[in-house]
Design a protein around this ligand. Structure first.
Ligand code: CU
Length: 189
């Protein structure tokens, strides 16, 4: 017996409804998870003098770059997110070595997020979010933005290539909430 995958078969309206529900559930669960994560971090850092409330940003090299220093950001890119499941702009050009401050505003009534990655990584992550809408995830290359609010991330694009950014709230990616980042190589490389 052949079964059609529900996601691709579902009309966009149904996806949006699913997304709205999932976003609400995720929002409710998030507070508790953050509290847990904070207490875990506190335990891990117990032997240092660091305050655990605001832990240091984890700097881990990714294919699409590394967490940037706010002081090094010479450029700010404003990104809008809406309940039409679109980013504005949905195409951003960056030079290799550039540190960019993204100011991300949610104009909608649903939760949205801005997550940078390779298409492969975002595909996998989005599928996981669809299965587990309440899954907690927080990394320096993502911003979760509540309705009417704004978020900010600073990212250093130290590798040339074509990358994507996406909203991974369950159903949004599948509804087309995705954009492209082109990082052009600097001369002599
Ligand atoms: Cu979204």
């Amino acid at each position: 017996m052949k079964r059609r995958p529900a996601v691709t078969a579902a009309p966009r309206a149904a996806l949006a409804a699913l997304a709205a529900f999932a976003a609400f559930a995720a929002f409710a669960a998030r507070a508790a998870c953050v509290a847990l994560a904070t207490s875990l971090t506190g335990t891990a850092l117990a032997h240092t003098d660091q305050p655990h409330a605001a832990g240091p940003v984890r700097k881990e090299q990714k294919d699409w770059g590394i967490a940037g220093d706010a002081k090094a950001a010479r450029r700010t890119v404003d990104v809008g997110m809406g309940d039409d499941m679109r980013f504005k702009p949905d195409r951003i050009e960056v030079r290799e070595g550039e540190t960019v401050r993204f100011r991300i505003r949610n104009h909608g009534k649903l939760m949205h997020e801005f997550v940078i990655g390779t298409k492969k990584e975002l595909d996998e992550h989005a599928a996981l979010m669809l299965k587990h809408p309440n899954m907690e995830h927080d990394e320096p290359y993502m911003a979760h933005v509540a309705p009417g609010k704004a978020g900010e991330i600073v990212w250093l694009f130290n590798r040339a290539g074509e990358f994507d950014f996406a909203c991974l709230v369950a159903g949004h990616y599948q509804a087309g909430m995705v954009g492209r980042i082109l990082v052009t190589a600097t001369r002599g490389r």
